[in-house]
Write a protein of this length. Sequence first.
Length: 434
Amino acid sequence: MADERFDAVVVGAGPAGSAAAYTMAKAGLKVALIERGEFPGAKNIFGGVIYRRQLEDLIPEFWKEAPLERTVVQQSMWVLGEESAVMLGHHNQRYKDPPNCWTGLRVKFDQWFAGKAEQAGAVPIYETVVTQILRDGERVVGVKTDRDDGELYADIVILADGVNSLLGKQLGIHHEWGPDEVSLAVKEVIALPRQTIQDRFNLEGDEGCTIEIVGQTCQMAGLGFLYTNQDTISLGVGVMVSDLKKARVKPYAVLDGLKQHPMIRKLIRGGEVKEYSGHLIPEGGFNSMPKLAGDGWMVVGDAAQMVNAVHREGTNLAVTSGRLAGETAIEAHKVGHFGVGALDAYTRKIRESIIHKDLKKYRGVHQLLGFGDSSLLFDKMPQALNDAIYNMLLVDGMPKKEKQKKVMRYFREAAGGNAELVRLGMKGWRAMNG
Ligand SMILES: Cc1cc2nc3c(=O)[nH]c(=O)nc-3n(C[C@H](O)[C@H](O)[C@H](O)COP(=O)(O)OP(=O)(O)OC[C@H]3O[C@@H](n4cnc5c(N)ncnc54)[C@H](O)[C@@H]3O)c2cc1C
């Protein structure tokens, strides 16, 4: 490996890195795909939902060969109270054809996707940690790895090394993320017979469902999730690191709490925990996105904070940014210019893409989460909603007009008064509407 020269080196074989490597290798560039895991996906986790649209741009009809779990036909949001849930969901058979999204497991999916890059001609270099960016003055010229004589030189280095991006820190494009810019997620994969999953979730054949969960996160800003796989369930919760620090609560205690909730308990009853894992999720969004390209380098996916937490979209943004970086590298290769002037085309492509548009739209959400204490949005309001619905549906002889007043009182009391309630509503509206 000593002193080997490539057109491009991609660091990290997650969705962003594999998309970049695939794009460039398919166009005939000499590409190295470096991954620290024993194999791609070995160390990676997500919820997880994989979307069709962006990956299809790269690999038409990929779903006919990719290791996907279930085609999602039903998506719900559950707002949990102490022993209750308000459920909002949508089931539609039209999500099957064409498919909108699937559930998946990274350990299988990442291997498949990196395998596509290999088939296209990318050179896989796995079980190898990139430890350093190599520079010639300001210009990035390669990477150093933990292998003996492990220096690789390339015209372009693509940083796809995920949320913890050591290389991004070395380049100085981002600092150590603040505790309010990342959440820590823990997840269990729970085995249940395939038929039990279908019966419990009202699914047929390969149909799958997703449930996002608000509330019962120990008064901290966070979301739970429950997704159906073929014969397992992915159950997890992600909580803002700033809140975990303040509350001194361990994330697995939050997950344990969710597992005991009467609505969740019944769904996982009899299941056997097969896997337990934890990972950070970038939550800073638009305001935390770093500089995206420079002299000889580009940064993609989670390493650039490209996650839309409101819509739990990360893999699709990773794939899109990887593709756009790959396309920029191909253009740069054609003209033989790899300086900031050439690679900044990637920044422009991102600005024109859905990544920029969607993250910009929700840029206020991060501030909303920091509005007052998290218990308001993630505990008091969910409980107030549950109490309100409970009382509206309870036939107890109270006239409906009085009931309506009582319902409003729940929200007012949770918010701390009428003015606070209006203020919160306006802040929420602004946060969700750019
Ligand atoms: C709990 C959880 C649930 C999620 N749910 C969803 C979901 O349902 N849908 C969705 O679309 N997104 C979801 N996401 C977000 C999604 O997983 C990420 O946005 C996406 O994986 C980002 O891809 P990436 O390639 O940028 O980074 P990663 O997937 O993190 O890949 C980075 C890769 O780089 C490797 N690496 C890191 N450093 C080095 C180094 N120095 N040398 C060599 N290799 C290195 C890592 O091993 C890894 O393979 C979820 C995330 C989490 C944590």
